[in-house]
Structures are given as C-alpha cells and as structure tokens.
Write a protein that binds this ligand. Structure first.
Ligand code: NAP
Length: 308
C-alpha cells in the first residue's frame, strides 16, 4: 500500500466528533496528524488555533478536511490550496456557487485535489435506487425531508445566518441524492418560510421539472416532531419506489429490497483517498446550485419567530 495520507482536520465540532474522527481512526489510508480549531481539540495529536499555524508547524501534511460551517470555509480552503494541500470540504462546499468555482480553478492550477463531499450520496441504498430508476420510466418524484431542528441542530446560530441555508442545510443532503438518482432538473417555483427573527428559512416548498417534463416536488420542514422523514419517492412504470431513512432503505411497492446500516463517512474518506492518489478532483455543484436557485426564485413568507 502507498504511504498513508497525513491529514489535518479543521473546525472541530459536532460532525468532526460524530463522524470524521471515527472514520479516520479506522482507515489505514490516513494518518490524522494535526487539528486546527479555535476552541475544539482532538486528543493525541498536535492542536493549533488556526489553519495557518497548523500549516506552518506541520509542513508535512498532505491534506486537510475543512469542517467549519460553510460561511467560514473559503479562506481556509484557499490557504490550504495555496500551500499545495489536498482539500476535503464538508457539505455544503461553500456559501456561494462562485466561491467554490474559484476554489476548483485554484485546485487545478495548484495540481492538488479538491473534494466537495456529499455524505448522503454514500448512503447504502442510493446506488440501487439509481439503478432502479435508470431501468424504468419515472412518472413523478417527490422529496420529503422533515426533521426537528431543535433535536439535530440545537443552538447552532450559524445555520440561521445568511449562508447557513436554514432548512436547506439538511435539504441539500436530499438534493445531493436527488441529483445523483434522478434526471437533470431545474426549479420552476419555490416558497420559503423565514421566521421573523431569522435570516434563513425554516420550511420550503420547491417544484422542479426535468427537461422532458417530469415533475419533482420537494417539501422541507424543520419543525417536525415525532417521526422524522428523509424520503425520496418516485412513481414509475415498475412500481412505487420509496428511498427512506436518508438513503439507507429502498422499497419497491412496499417490499424492502435493500437495507443496511450507514457507513457514509468511511465511504467519503475512501473516495477522497482514491482521487488524491489518482490526482483528480470531484466537485459537483448541482445540489448547491439548486439551493441558490431556490433563494433566487423563491417567494418569501415571514412566519412566527423561532427560538431554540
Ligand atoms: P458546529 O459544531 O457548529 O461547527 C463546527 C466547528 O466549526 C465549531 O465547533 C467551531 O470550532 C468551528 N467554527 C464555528 N464557527 C466558526 C467561525 N466563525 N470561524 C471558524 N470556525 C468556526 O457544526 P457541525 O454540525 O459540526 O457542522 C459543520 C459542517 O458540517 C456544516 O457545514 C454542516 O452542514 C456539516 N454537517 C453537519 C452534520 C451534523 O449532523 N451536525 C452532518 C453532516 C454535515 P472552533 O470554535 O473550535 O473553531
């Protein structure tokens, strides 16, 4: 096997602790070498307050994973790419489409890898859903993503700020799957509900259509208590498909055809190692473009204030 990729992790918060550290600990393709975070620390490795301090002190790093919220990621990505490090971007890859395009061009000029990671695409039943849909005629599709923000994002102020995307933070996960398994589509209308005290939406209804006229709807709600829904449904000539659990379970006409525990982050790091070793980048901006379009085309309603 080639030498492990020496990686530094930046923005040590919830997703780093829940997913990145366990995935890296089990992956022989990597050696987690350093971390940079203003407050967070990772035990057993060198910790620094900023990415600049980390890159100065640990020049042998090959790659960095940038896990801070999207509004604060561009400058760190630029710094890493200029230092010729391979860069793994948490989702969403940035706060705007154009800043990620800029990073993509910089990565190419520097001859290093840029990875816009979309963890939900690596959910276990997604590839089978994609094959199923490719083998039949789709009549319509619907995305239903309803979760309780107080449970999944307690006191995360950045998520309600401009560039935090509000309910599109989970919604972009749905879009990362939909853009992988459905034909190319575009938004025809959107309605976004903004709490009167917040700068990002708490709910959204979005309508898409494909170039051959297939209707696709998306219903996002962040105030769902009780059962949570992370489902993509399709009515097809071969039956009704339900991809549920954020891509972990596939059923056709009520019969479960694929269900497995998720292993999204190990798969993401496998993909990153693959493209680093191949000298390639993987930056698909389709999910981010749809979110941008929803904000561009969407009618805005002001709704009741939201408090954590
Ligand atoms: P988080 O815990 O609120 O933030 C991660 C860390 O980023 C913070 O602990 C903080 O560390 C750093 N940070 C916060 N504000 C910053 C700023 N202004 N400048 C620089 N660093 C800052 O958020 P998270 O849940 O881990 O989410 C981070 C990213 O992962 C988001 O893009 C999110 O969409 C994605 N993600 C999250 C989940 C999830 O379930 N939470 C799942 C998948 C993907 P320091 O204070 O130590 O610098």
């Amino acid at each position: 096997m080639s030498q492990p990729i020496k990686i530094g992790i930046v923005g040590v918060g919830k997703i780093v602790r829940d997913q990145h550290l366990p995935a890296l600990a089990k992956d022989q393709d990597y050696r987690l070498t350093a971390a940079a975070s203003r407050h967070g620390k990772v035990d057993g490795i060198a910790n620094f307050p900023t990415i600049e301090a980390m890159l100065d002190a640990v020049p042998e790093l090959d790659a960095v994973s940038l896990c801070m919220p999207p509004q604060f990621r561009y400058d760190a990505a630029r710094t890493a790419l200029e230092a010729k490090k391979h860069v793994f971007l948490e989702k969403p890859p940035g706060a705007t489409v154009s800043e990620v395009e800029d990073l993509k061009a910089l990565a190419t000029r520097q001859g290093v890898t840029l990875f816009a990671s979309w963890h939900s695409r690596y959910a276990p039943a997604v590839e089978e859903a994609r094959s199923f849909l490719a083998s039949t005629r789709i009549r319509s599709a619907a995305i239903v993503w309803k979760e309780d923000v107080r449970r999944w994002h307690p006191n995360q102020d950045w998520i309600w700020q401009p560039g935090g995307f509000g309910v599109f933070d989970p919604g972009i996960n749905a879009l990362s799957i939909a853009t992988h398994i459905l034909p190319a589509m575009f938004i025809t209308s959107a309605v976004l509900d903004f709490p009167e005290n917040r700068a990002a939406p708490v709910a959204a209804q979005v309508a898409f259509r494909t170039s051959n006229g297939l209707p696709v709807t998306m219903d996002l709600d962040w105030l769902q208590t009780g059962p949570q829904s992370w489902d993509i449904l399709a009515d097809t000539d071969a039956g009704k498909m339900v991809l549920s659990g954020g891509g972990s379970k596939l059923a056709i006409d009520g019969k479960v055809v694929h269900e497995e525990p998720e292993a999204e982050y190990p798969m993401l790091y496998k993909r990153f190692a693959e493209i680093v070793r191949a000298g390639a980048s993987d930056v698909d901006l389709a999910p981010l473009q749809h979110v941008a379009d929803a904000f561009m085309l969407g009618k805005r309603n002001v709704v009741e204030a939201f408090f954590d």
